[in-house]
Design a protein around this ligand. Sequence first.
Ligand code: FMN
Length: 319
Amino acid sequence: MGKINLGQFILAPMAGITGFPFRKTALKYGADFSFTEMVSAAGFLHNDRGTLELLETGKDIDKTGIQLFGSDPGMLALAAKKAEDKGFKVIDVNMGCPVKKVVKTGAGSAILKDARGFSLIAESVRNALKNSMFTIKIRSGYDENSVNFLEIGKIAELNGVDAVFFHPRTRSLMFGGAADHSLTKKLKKEIAIPVYASGDIFTVDDAADIKNYTGADGIMFARGAIGKPWVFAEGKNNNTHTDINLKIDIIIELMEEISLFYGRERGHNLIRPHLYSFLKGFKGSKGLRCMVNNAKTEKEILEILNILKTAGDEYTRLD
Ligand SMILES: Cc1cc2nc3c(=O)[nH]c(=O)nc-3n(C[C@H](O)[C@H](O)[C@H](O)COP(=O)(O)O)c2cc1C
């Protein structure tokens, strides 16, 4: 099997967000490829129930990468092999998660602290896979005193990693400051394997600017896709004018997918980040978000969205 072309516009892994319903919607509206949220290698090997839910792909298995997290090279390799056996064609290892609970176990961005440990993981996972692509998602380093993305990128290349997803912030920055895409440009120059840019890419213009500036092979939308799954199609068509009624219809479709998959009660909470993000750009968005907050049922949320459809100028979009 040859390598998959991941395309230009990829839905980034996001815990709590990129479950099956959102991936399905993003892929339908233009994403070339998508990732599950990070999944514990150990949990996956133990067939934890929650893990299986995170890995649902429906018919989209060829456009869905699994993202694993863990710190033990042997366990990551076994999990990668199991993922390949289940049909995943792209297996990513998380090396960017800044959350204490994860870092404390030596996983996520803690892997960047130890280049030798990193190379053991890279080698083990690569050797465990027959045909699937092996990718990594990294930050620029653990903290400002250990910015080592170039070293990590070079070791990755030597060990047969197929692509790097790069979020140019250190772990200590968490989400603070701005993503420094001059580093993405450097990484792209220094290694021959594909580099995908992640970080502060919120709009179609950001995507085009960062792609041109860095020479990256593609971009990942993360926060910029929450509540805006049409951003992928806009990116492809270089057009930012998706009709507002179509946007509302897509949000309603997403809400239905979420309810169908998780059930109404869980779905009611899981749609919220999408609604908050979607409503942010509206005049009177505070009031709208408040209404969504107070809504107790999906029906009430639908009523709010329908008000938007018929309200005309009162709720004109700001962006
Ligand atoms: C809610 C949320 C959950 C995230 N979960 C993951 C994750 O599971 N795995 C991962 O590699 N990155 C995760 N990220 C990081 C994103 O994939 C992305 O690299 C980061 O948000 C920077 O991109 P942005 O500025 O466009 O949002 C998460 C980000 C957010 C906002």
